[in-house]
Ligand binder design. Structure first.
Ligand code: AHM
Ligand code: MG
Length: 336
């Protein structure tokens, strides 16, 4: 029988029953995240009406101008997750240090790293934004986790997902057994399984990159894009299409549904930072999802999920998507 039409709650509990020793803590945590994302979807949808659109007038730790919704959605995540007893600590794009669970609340066995509102530069122009999260196990018997406990390779993730607030609100989840997509049915307030077992086509003729940075890219990326742009007349002997939404959640969702390649490569501008996208709460969770859907995720030089993190807000170059195209770019990096 098809699983399409199942609620995310039923799906999560049925997944939990497949693991004999499951305590139900992961299911509880996922339900907390689902509740937070439903609230964020509602706020994003009504932001203009209730006056929470626009800039906040502050900067986050990474020197980025915060939108009011960056701050509000961070609070929504923290408020939904810090009291239910499933987490030992949290890390957020918007907060410099890791976030501890209040002393008077129970602690759980998991750590979460999240970007509460990815692509928030798109908020005021009514384009898609989203929430990205990565769940790690906290080493046992830790009274108060430290940054060191978050310094785990992406391969250690036990769950990753993202919610995209677009024409419909969708939640994409993996616990290491494939990727499933759920659509929010606003009438009943529940995410419904609409896209089971998402798989990225191995080949593509569509790339996504911020072309305005072209002159700063390294040679392998220059070569790859140049060959795509030559189309039928060049070595690739086929025409390519291009998209750039400037919202990673929307780009990765597109790659999951119709294939493609998404890149935010190393370039001269953020070289000192090692890339633009953040390892713990953007690159790693998206890499886990992409790999589970049959794609590849790399810096061009190495698998992203193999990188040993060194800081909470560390940045990395990202090249992800359809297997054969990412492999081609990796081969260009090997030659330089
Ligand atoms: P954010 O987390 O501050 O929104 O930044 C991450 C976003 C990604 O969603 C997107 O791929 C990228 O930044 C767009 O960058 P640019 O504006 O340089 O095109
Ligand atoms: Mg982001």
């Amino acid at each position: 029988m098809s699983d399409i039409g199942k609620s995310i709650t039923q799906f999560i509990i049925e997944q939990q029953r497949l693991h004999q020793n499951s305590t139900g803590e992961m299911s509880g945590l996922l339900n907390d995240i689902v509740s937070a994302c439903k609230k964020i979807s509602h706020l994003v949808n009504r932001s203009g009406i209730i006056g929470i659109d626009g800039v906040a007038g502050s900067e986050n730790i990474q020197g980025e101008k915060q939108k009011k919704l960056d701050i509000i959605t961070n609070d929504v995540m923290v408020d939904h997750l810090n009291w239910t007893g499933h987490l030992a600590a949290m890390a957020s794009e918007e907060i410099e240090n890791i976030i501890q669970i209040p002393a008077n609340k129970p602690k759980g066995q998991y750590l979460i790293a999240f970007d509460p509102l990815d692509g928030s530069s798109n908020i005021d122009i009514n384009l898609s934004v989203g929430t990205i999260f990565s769940i790690l196990r906290c080493p046992e018997d830790i009274a108060e986790p430290t940054v060191e406990h978050f310094m785990q390779q992406g391969t250690k993730q036990v769950c990753a997902g993202f919610c995209v607030y677009g024409p419909t609100t969708m939640m994409i989840l993996t616990t290491g057994q494939g990727v499933n997509g759920f659509t929010l049915d606003r009438d009943v307030g529940e995410f419904i399984l609409t896209h089971p077992d998402m798989m990225i086509p191995k080949d593509t003729a569509e790339f996504a990159i911020n072309m305005s940075n072209q002159r700063f890219w390294e040679a392998p990326v220059q070569r790859y894009i140049d060959e795509c742009l030559q189309g039928e007349d060049g070595v690739r002997e086929k025409n390519f299409n291009m998209r750039w939404v400037a919202s990673m959640v929307a780009e990765v969702y597109r790659v999951l549904t119709r294939g493609g390649i998404f890149m935010y490569p190393l370039d001269n501008k953020p070289t000192t930072q090692g890339g633009k996208l953040r390892l713990l709460y953007e690159a790693n969770p998206m890499s886990f999802i992409v790999e589970q859907a049959g794609g590849i995720s790399s810096t061009g030089y190495e698998r992203i999920m193999d990188i040993q993190p060194e800081s909470v807000h560390q940045r990395v170059p990202v090249v992800l998507g359809s297997k054969n195209e990412v492999e081609r770019i990796i081969s260009y990096h090997k030659k330089t």
